[in-house]
Write a protein that binds this ligand. Structure first.
Ligand SMILES: [Fe+2]
Length: 259
């Protein structure tokens, strides 16, 4: 990641990014999260994002594929646009209603709000492990295909936990008006939400700071805020090998089944 420096030059940032690439890949594989710093301009965010991922455009992105996340007022009251408001944004994974949710998400703060606006991050692996140890039947039910529906028009069939070969798992979740669940999974949501809350970390980002997450592992959320707040978001596919999902239960963290 980029060490934050006073008065850094573009070349310095580039060098730091080059040095950081290996470290970031390792952090993403092991922890699903890497914090970044020193990305104080749109140009530096774009340069960094292009190095770690093949950028994917989003419905709300600008021509350079970055999305400016700021309060657009009344327009954010429409379904699925709460991220562009100033209210609380509940824990979710990005792009849950599209066929292939992006693997990586980068969010960098450019301007702090007057108050609030902290980011809240939750490791889905910790949530999964927590539930597997306490209410395994809930994990089983939430892993059944076609028990969650995300998006407009009744939603795209999905499931909260997706099983992959080798015992790995990914998480896909939203809890706004574009999410519906089968009755049996609906009854599991209170324990899921409690586990998410138990593992949630609150981070107040300063300008230039941000996070890069494995969007198939980490959930993100935002506290309500007042005053102008501006962030840049990048979505895309990693430019380094990354196994599907995260290791769980009978699979070790490298994805190999344990004896
Ligand atoms: Fe989001």
């Amino acid at each position: 990641m980029c060490a934050r420096t006073t008065g850094f030059e573009a070349d310095d940032v580039q060098q730091q990014i080059v040095e950081a690439d290996g470290s970031i890949a390792g952090q993403l594989r092991e922890h699903g999260l890497a914090m970044v710093d020193g990305l104080a301009s749109r140009e530096s965010v774009l340069t960094f994002a292009r190095r770690v991922m093949a950028l994917a455009p989003h419905r709300d992105s600008d021509p350079d594929t970055l999305t400016t996340i700021h309060d657009i007022g009344q327009g954010a009251l429409r379904p699925g646009l709460a991220g562009l408001g100033n209210g609380e944004l509940l824990a979710h994974t990005e792009g849950s209603s599209i066929p292939e949710p992006p693997r990586l998400m980068l969010l960098v703060c450019l301007r702090q709000p007057v108050s609030g606006g902290e980011v809240l991050l939750t490791d889905g692996q910790a949530v999964h492990d927590h539930l597997s140890a306490t209410v395994p039947v809930a994990v089983e039910l939430m892993s059944r295909p076609g028990t969650a529906f995300y998006g407009d028009g009744g939603g795209r069939p999905a499931q909260i936990f997706t099983r992959h070969p080798g015992g790995r798992t990914s998480i896909r979740f939203r809890q706004d008006e574009l999410a519906q669940f089968s009755p049996v999974v609906g009854r599991c949501l209170p324990v899921l939400k409690a586990a998410i809350a138990a593992h949630q970390r609150t981070i107040a980002l300063l300008p230039g700071q941000g996070y890069l997450i494995d969007n198939h592992r980490y959930l993100h959320a935002r506290a309500p805020f007042s005053g102008p707040r501006s962030c840049l978001r990048a979505l895309g596919a990693p430019r380094f090998p990354l196994q599907p999902g995260f290791g769980t239960g009978d699979a070790d963290r490298d994805g190999r089944r344990t004896p």
